[in-house]
Design a protein around this ligand. Sequence first.
Ligand SMILES: [Cu+2]
Length: 363
Amino acid sequence: MNELLRQLLFLPEQRASLAREIDGLHYVVILVTMGGAALITVIGGYFLIRYRRRIQDTSRPHPGVFARPALILETLALFALGFIFLAFWNAGTRQFIDLRTAPEGALDVYVTAKQWMWKFSYPQGESMISVLYVPARRPVRLVMTSRDVIHSFFVPEFRIKQDVLPGRVTTAWFEATEPGAYPILCTEYCGTSHSEMRGQVIALDPADYERWLVGGAASTPAFAQEAAARAEAGQAAAERPMPARGEDAAARHGCLRCHTLDGTPHIGPTWAGLYRSAVPLEGGGERIADEAYITESIMDPLAAMHRGFQPVMPSYLGIITPPDISAIIELMKSIRDVPRGPVVPEIPGAGGTGGAAPGGTTR
Ligand SMILES: [Cu+2]
């Protein structure tokens, strides 16, 4: 039953000691509300037909809500509702208290959140970024605080979610039931890279955990090493400065087939020295290459053409994401002082399509 409902509701596996209980309350609430809704629909439908207006027959009097059988039913329903409320309240309060109070002898780990990473410090002195090693089948208490804004620590498989606040300490505890790697997510929007503020809880067999304490990550089982490598790669990506991410995005979208970063003329105007420069336009006039002009050039390249270039740039409307555009603009800002010669190539359009970026990535 538990497994069936868990899958029906698309919930992740239950991998902490309290997860099953929490899901239990969830199931009861969902089933009671769905059952209630179904009951009301059926009763409403019955009344709709039973008491519909009849043209001929006006003799049958409406029994009225104050008739004795109705009163009895209504009183019973009220009591049932009160009982359901008390039952929810009772189960919810007990779970809340269980979730709040870590068992005696729990292992303490200190958690510091900051844009955009989780840092875990152990009483013995180690400190890990993005990866939280814990022994399985032993309670772990997290003592958490933030260095900047509000974050929220969420491990779906453990069913724990706790806000992490600057200038305040909050706690959460869990006991992983099985060794494994479980993702950590930040569930409080905390800035540009909020979605990349991830990590892994790596629950190890107690013996493996002891080995980790002595020998570090190298002495953990293969699954743990894989998860740690994944978490670290994600962290490195999140920490990459925006211009570098802009270069990734430009390469990914093929911009560097036509644009250069080092000032060399090519199929499209070089991005070196472009930011905030005056762009001469086809048909006269000029525009300052600010964020608006750059974004417009990417979405609708023909709207304002750089004088002397061919109309070969495709529109990226609906293809490129706003974060990618921001990163590309940051990349352009970072090379605004790179000297550029004449921007327009000698023979316009001679490069054709699909050529490699000549010297496009010298930075
Ligand atoms: Cu966050």
